[in-house]
Structures are given as structure tokens and as C-alpha cells.
Design a binder for this molecule. Structure first.
Ligand code: ARG
Length: 593
């Protein structure tokens, strides 16, 4: 029977109850079906649509029936629970109405105990590989997308109570280090003893690349440097560290501003593990000789192979990902490994998972791997995102522009006059970085997305600015009626969450969708569901607020006549749920805006 202790979400609970009834009515039919939200209010709040499939299955076995009969048979077996108020069938559809007292209690719990994650069936170790820029190269908008999406996915799993490893798989071990170190030796001969003042690492990279491409002598030295670096010669490691440090500081500035934490574990971390994974693959006869290199084919036909060892004996990006995946499964004992990388690399990861399965590093029935791809960032002209002069956009410049634009937006609304300088500064940052994150997350990540500050900073529609405004508005309702948090807490002991008005009831049901939405995202890792959900809450709240007075005032003198505490409690619950969504998205709420 249904165990209320294991309650995780309305959808799962209803699915359990309905599935039990289905099994009782038709013990030898194994149809799996989840309860879905109804499309229209007249069809109840949720629907269970297993009857059509069951009827079809019965027909196949020569038993003549129809979906309507099946639906009725299932309903007859439905046990009464405190979740369901009423059930009705329309043809083969089973429509379900939620019970108000049950929902009132759940929403009250949000007020008294905060938004709690659903009961965890098993705590998992989840690794999120995200951001992952390359040393000495520009951290570009693609990396920004990975950073934002990855952070949000990590936050979701953290909120749910899983153990999350936030891994920055920095590209810090490529052959480009040969030319960088050779150039370092020439430009700063004393680099081992004296910190070289490299200010513009991109410039430094360009200089060394130009020399590499035009100077044969330099090229030879660069190759020699790679060999010595990988042989861990002291001065070479020192040069490599210096260059990584410069990059690291630049990356960190971006992460700090965006409030994102990451553990750096770059490709170099896997050097010895690359050696051992190559040995392992060689011994198990997974490698083939091809034109001097060692390659490995995955399980799928026609797949391009991985290059495991180059003809010069060096390792590749493929090798490092094989070694990293093995480390994550065998050493880290991860249950789930999530890679947040642009769609351009989907092929690479398909081959990676396929090769890893073939050589038994990965058992998909034990470890789940996800490639979380995303589209490219476009300019407002729908072309590749570039500056006016045609250069790639520097991330820091982008964030700076966001701050400036946010400042203008706030000024144009006269906020500079209402807010203290500190409040203004806080609001500015929340708006600037919030809008960049939100604009990225609210689109389906698989699509390309057009980067437009004008659109991001719009205060209408599903934008961060709208959400932040909405939140400050909700928070100000109780404050404006001089109700203190203590009074609200006191009221929570005696009052009930209001559900009489249709808009109250609609808002209550919207708030209780939170867990359903999260479990959807846990599966498809698409954060736009959460932004859409936030928009639904904001809409349901506006409708409620327009239709239902929280505070009643005298028409003549504007004096407060009546404070509807129960409605203020519903406002409070709304703010709590929205705040949790903000947290997962990485949006900082502001007290005043
Ligand atoms: N550094 C790579 C790039 O910028 C992304 C690395 C993604 N993670 C991984 N395990 N391959 O393209």
C-alpha cells in the first residue's frame, strides 16, 4: 500500500497509488504509466492514462474490452488516500482531484519548516564536470554556458542531498605548453627565480604561436620542451606552473563574481593514470595500430575511433578522458557522472562512453553517464557572438558590460534615489549576473541562444529582472502591513492555508509542483523547466494577488481595516518556494529593488 513516509512528490505518490490499483485490477498485465498533470481544470488536477494501453494489451490476448471499462475497473480498486479528493473517468482517462486539507498541510509545512528536499531513496555520489576552460587560451562564452549550467546542476543535486563533486577539467596538459615554455625561456630567462610579469596571457599565447608557425628552430625546441615537461623536469614543471597560475587567477575572478565554486582537476592530474589506462587497454587487446598511432573502436558500428597514443608516443584529449572516466568510477566510486560541454563534443563523448563500456571500465547498469550538451551563443544578428570589431568577446568585458547595463536599468527606474549605495550595489550585481545566468538557463540548453542584454534586462516576460521584482514585491506585502515575522510564525500555528478562492487553490497547487519539477530535471538535466516553473508561480501569484485582498483598507482614509493572516502565509510560502528555485538557478534575491 501507499506509505506516506516515503512521500517524495505528488506525482510519484499518485503514480504509486494508481499503479497499485492497476496491478490489483489486472495482475498479469505489466503496463507502466506515470500520472501526469491534467491539461484542463475540468479534467481534474492529474490524470492516469494507463487504460488505453491495458485495453490494447487485453485485446491482443483476445479479451474484448474497451478503455472506459478498464478505467472503471482500475478506479474500483483505488484505495482512499489523504492525497485524493475525488476521481472520475472520462472514457479511458482517469481524472484525479487533489484533496485540499492534504495540500494545505504541505504548504503550511513550507512556511514552518522551509522548503525541504523530497525524501532521498539513495544518496549518490554525483560528479559534475563543468566549466573546464583551457590554460593560456581565452575562456569564451561557451565555457560561460558550461559554467552556468554545470553550477545549477550541481546545486540541484546538492539541494537533493546527494554528494556532489564539482570538477573543473581544465585543459592544462596539451602540446601547446611546449611553445609556451620555449617562449617563456626566451622572454623571461630568469623565470625560475623571478616571477615573470605576464599580464596578458592571450597576447603571450599569440606571440608564441606566431613563432611556432614561422620559425622551424623554435618549433623543434617547443617539441623538445613538451617531452621534458612530460618527463617532469624541474624547470619545465616550474614554467608550466607559472603559466597555469596566471590563467587560474583569471578564471577565479570570473568564478568569484558569479559566486561559483569548483575544484580544479585538470588533464595534467591524469598523467600517470593515462599511462596505466593505456597499459590496461593494451593488455586487454583493445588497441589497434593505425598509421603509427594506437586507436580504439567503440561498440557502435561506423563510429570514429579514439586516438589513445599518437605516433610520437604522446597522449591525447581522448586518452585523458578515458583515464578520467576510469578514475571517477574506480577511485571516486561515482554513481553518476555528468559532463557539461558544448554540443560540438557530443560525438567525442558518445565514443568515450562506448569505448569505456567495451573495455568494462563503465557498466551502464551501475554508473549513469550523461552528456549535457548545449548550443552555441549567438549575437543579436544571429551570427556567431563577436565584438563589433569582430574579435571574440572576453568574458570579463561581458560581465563588466552586464554591470553597467544593470546600473542603467536600475537608474532608469529611479532606484538610485530609493536605495542606499550598498543596496544599490547589491541590486546591481544581482541583476547583472542573475540576468546572464537566467537568460542562459531559461532556454532549452540544446538550442543556440541569442545573447542580448536588452532582452535579459527586460522587466516583463520570463526574465531574471521580472522574477527579482516579483520576489521583492511579495516580500514587501507583509512588511507594508506591519506584520512581523514573529507574528507570522505565531499565526502559522492556528491558521490554515486558504484554498476557498479558485486563485488561492491554484497557487497552492502550483507551489506543490516543486518536487515534480525537480525530479523531471534530475532525469533530463534541462534547467529551463525550473525557469518555466518560476514563471508559472509568478503568474499564479499575480492572479491570486489581484483577486484576493491580503490587506483590506478603508476606502476613504486608507487605514488598515483587516489583515488576512492566512493569505499572508500563502505569500510567505510562495516566497520560500521561489527562493529555493532562485538558489538552484544561482540567482541572488535582493531585499529591495
Ligand atoms: N577543455 C575542454 C574545452 O574547452 C572541455 C573539457 C570538458 N571536459 C572533459 N572531460 N572533456 O573544449
Amino acid at each position: 500500500s501507499f506509505d506516506p513516509e516515503s512521500f517524495t512528490s505528488i506525482q510519484t505518490a499518485l503514480t504509486q497509488v494508481c499503479t497499485i490499483a492497476l496491478r490489483e485490477a489486472y495482475p498479469d498485465i505489466s503496463v507502466e504509466q506515470t500520472v501526469q498533470p491534467s491539461g484542463k481544470p475540468e479534467y481534474g488536477d492529474y490524470q492516469f492514462n494507463a487504460a488505453m494501453q491495458v485495453a490494447k494489451e487485453l485485446k491482443n490476448r483476445g479479451i474484448n474490452t474497451n478503455p472506459a471499462e478498464v478505467a472503471k475497473a482500475i478506479v474500483r480498486k483505488l484505495k482512499a488516500t489523504r492525497i485524493i479528493e475525488k476521481v472520475a473517468t472520462v472514457g479511458g482517462f482517469i481524472n484525479i482531484w487533489l484533496a485540499q486539507p492534504f495540500c494545505q498541510n504541505l504548504v503550511m509545512e513550507i512556511v514552518t519548516e522551509g522548503v525541504k528536499p523530497p525524501k532521498l531513496l539513495k544518496r549518490q555520489r554525483v560528479l559534475v564536470d563543468f566549466s573546464s576552460p583551457n590554460v593560456a587560451k581565452q575562456m569564451h562564452v561557451g565555457h560561460l554556458r558550461s559554467t552556468i549550467i554545470g553550477d545549477s546542476i550541481a546545486r540541484l543535486f546538492e539541494f537533493l542531498g546527494h554528494e556532489v563533486l564539482r570538477i573543473n577539467h581544465v585543459g592544462d596538459w596539451g602540446t601547446q605548453f611546449g611553445m609556451l615554455i620555449a617562449h617563456l625561456q626566451d622572454k623571461f630567462p630568469n623565470y625560475v627565480n623571478e616571477l615573470p610579469p605576464i599580464e596578458d596571457l592571450q597576447m603571450f599565447y599569440k606571440e608564441s604561436k606566431t613563432r611556432f608557425d614561422s620559425d622551424e628552430e623554435f618549433k623543434k625546441r617547443a617539441y623538445d620542451c613538451v617531452v621534458r615537461l612530460q618527463g617532469h623536469e624541474k624547470d619545465y614543471i616550474k614554467g608550466w606552473q607559472l603559466i597555469c597560475d596566471v590563467s587560474r587567477k583569471e578564471f577565479q575572478k570570473i568564478y568569484d563574481q558569479l559566486g561559483i565554486s569548483l575544484v580544479e582537476r585538470g588533464e595534467s592530474f591524469y598523467q600517470s593514470r593515462m599511462e596505466s589506462v593505456v597499459k590496461f587497454l593494451r593488455e586487454n587487446e583493445h588497441l589497434e595500430m593505425d598509421d603509427g598511432r594506437l586507436i580504439m573502436f567503440g561498440l557502435e558500428k561506423g563510429q570514429i575511433p579514439f586516438t589513445i597514443v599518437k605516433s610520437d608516443g604522446g597522449f591525447t584529449y581522448d586518452t585523458s578522458d578515458m583515464a578520467a572516466l576510469r578514475q571517477r568510477i574506480e577511485e571516486e566510486k561515482c554513481d553518476r557522472i555528468i559532463y557539461v560541454v558544448d554540443n560540438g563534443q557530443s560525438g567525442h563523448f558518445r565514443v568515450l562512453f562506448s569505448c569505456a563500456e567495451k573495455c568494462n571500465i563503465l557498466d551502464p547498469s551501475k554508473v549513469r553517464t550523461d552528456f549535457v550538451g548545449f548550443g552555441v551563443v549567438l549575437g543579436e544578428d544571429k551570427k556567431k557572438f563577436k565584438t563589433r570589431s569582430g574579435d571574440t568577446v572576453k568574458l570579463q568585458d561581458l560581465l563588466d558590460e552586464g554591470l553597467k547595463r544593470a546600473e542603467n536599468t536600475l537608474n532608469s527606474k529611479g532606484r538610485d534615489e530609493v536605495l542606499t549605495p550598498e543596496e544599490f550595489e547589491k541590486a546591481k550585481k544581482a541583476v547583472a549576473f542573475g540576468c546572464i545566468k537566467y537568460a542562459d538557463l531559461c532556454n532549452n540548453r540544446m538550442n543556440d541562444y541569442v545573447f542580448s542584454f536588452d532582452k535579459m534586462l527586460d522587466d516583463k516576460g520570463n526574465t531574471a529582472v521580472y522574477m527579482l521584482y516579483m520576489m521583492t514585491r511579495i516580500k514587501s506585502i507583509a512588511a507594508n502591513s506591519n506584520v512581523t515575522p514573529a507574528q507570522l510564525a505565531e499565526a502559522a500555528k492556528t491558521e490554515k492555508i486558504p484554498v476557498k478562492h479558485p486563485k488561492e487553490w491554484k497557487l497552492v497547487k502550483t507551489l506543490l509542483r516543486f518536487n515534480d519539477e525537480l525530479s523531471k530535471i534530475v532525469d533530463d538535466l534541462c534547467l529551463h523547466h525550473l525557469c518555466e516553473y518560476l514563471y508559472d508561480i509568478a503568474t499564479a501569484f499575480s492572479e491570486f494577488y489581484n483577486a484576493c485582498y491580503c490587506i483590506e483598507r478603508d476606502a476613504k482614509d486608507g487605514q488598515i481595516v483587516k489583515v488576512n493572516m492566512d493569505r499572508l502565509l500563502l505569500c510567505e510560502a510562495t516566497a520560500r518556494v521561489m527562493e529555493k528555485c532562485f538558489w538552484i538557478i544561482g540567482l541572488t534575491p535582493v531585499s529591495k529593488m
